[in-house]
Design a binder for this molecule. Structure first.
Ligand SMILES: [Cu+2]
Length: 363
């Protein structure tokens, strides 16, 4: 995602959150939070998790596109900077800002106020929160683990989808930082990083789907059901290509873009990748647009090899039981999945032995 694309995206987000209602837009920014709360038990810990969030993402994107038709929701490729996600340029003050003990201290969501949940006076009307432990988020799951352990491991949606939902949970929990963080909670769409995270989750589902035509159309329940409240038939979201949604490559700058040295307050953007969705009623359906990438830690080693270089990976923090409970996910299942991850990381770290070197941040 280049700087112009990033600025347009941030402007459209701000306009949806703070500006007047745009003609044709059914929902406000806060309505999406309300919808997510309203449907929480139907779409978490159930097979609807992936398709429903895909629909939500598209409807949200269409709302941004009525503000600026060039805009699409980028994805945050957290798997490419899994070991030090807190250094990602998505947390720069020129993008989504960092964390703090009270309100999100900088970036686009600085000063944003929660409208929902509206039944809790401590929450409604106060500022958004992200609070990391000791200033650190990670580790998260790396892309090479996703590619080698998770994506090829399941032949059917019914077994793949719960695994991905658990992985996605770690990002909510760790980037939110604790129950005080919006991302931790069912009102997570308050924090705009929600959309970048879910865009990446959707991309990972698409990577799984792309393994075969059977994967592409697989779903474990009735495909003719309607994804409420969006009036979208579930089978209509299974193939992103059919909806002109395409995820751009990760780990590489978009064409014509130079990799810039790090500048925490500056405009360098490498790891916010782009998902391009064709604005409603525009363009030609044979020419999909692509969602791209936002934000990178910009370290002194090759970008593509940043996470897959020979440094040992850290173990993922276990998901809190309260989060699993809130999401209707069995804790036993969570622990099973975590054990698989731990085993994979241990084997990998043993395999690379003492040959590792660390990517050093530029001073
Ligand atoms: Cu959700």
């Amino acid at each position: 995602m280049n700087d112009t694309e990033k600025q347009k995206f941030l402007r459209a987000l701000t306009a949806l959150k703070l500006g007047p209602q745009i003609d044709g837009n059914q929902y406000s920014y806060d309505d999406f939070v309300s919808i997510h709360l309203q449907y929480k038990t139907k779409v978490h810990g159930t097979p609807l998790f992936l398709p429903w969030h895909r629909a939500l993402l598209s409807i949200f994107e269409q709302h941004l596109q009525r503000i600026d038709p060039d805009v699409f929701v980028p994805y945050w490729d957290w798997g490419s900077e899994s070991q030090t996600p807190e250094l990602s340029s998505i947390f720069y003050s020129s993008a989504f800002g960092g964390h703090g003990p009270a309100c999100i201290p900088d970036g686009i969501a600085q000063g944003w106020v929660r409208k929902f949940p509206d039944n809790d006076p401590n929450l409604a009307g106060s500022c958004l929160c992200r609070l990391w432990t000791n200033g650190k988020i990670g580790p998260l799951m790396s892309n090479d683990q996703l590619q080698s352990q998770v994506i090829p491991a399941y032949n059917d949606f019914a077994s793949f989808a719960p695994h991905l939902e658990i992985i996605h949970g770690a990002v909510h929990v760790l980037v939110g930082g604790g129950p005080a963080g919006d991302l931790w909670q069912m009102y997570s769409p308050n924090d705009p990083i929600f959309y970048l995270h879910h865009s990446n989750v959707d991309r990972i589902w698409e990577l799984w789907q792309s393994q075969s035509s059977q994967h592409l159309t697989d779903f474990s329940e009735d495909k003719s059901q309607i994804l409420e409240p969006f009036s979208i038939v579930l089978s209509d979201v299974l193939d992103n290509a059919q909806n002109c949604i395409q995820y751009g490559p990760t780990g590489a700058p978009s064409p014509g873009q130079q990799i810039q040295p790090p500048s925490p307050s500056g405009s360098s953007v490498v790891s916010l990748a782009v998902r391009r969705a064709r604005p409603p009623g525009s363009g030609d359906s044979n020419n999909p647009v692509r969602r791209r990438l936002l934000g990178s830690p910009l370290v002194d080693c090759d970008l593509d090899k940043r996470d897959s270089s020979m440094q040992p990976y850290g173990f993922l923090a276990p998901l809190p039981p309260s989060w699993a409970d809130m999401n209707n996910i069995s804790l036993q299942k969570v622990r099973e999945v975590e054990l698989l991850h731990e085993t994979w990381i241990r084997q990998r770290n043993n395999r690379i032995g003492h040959h590792y070197h660390r990517c050093r941040a530029r001073s």
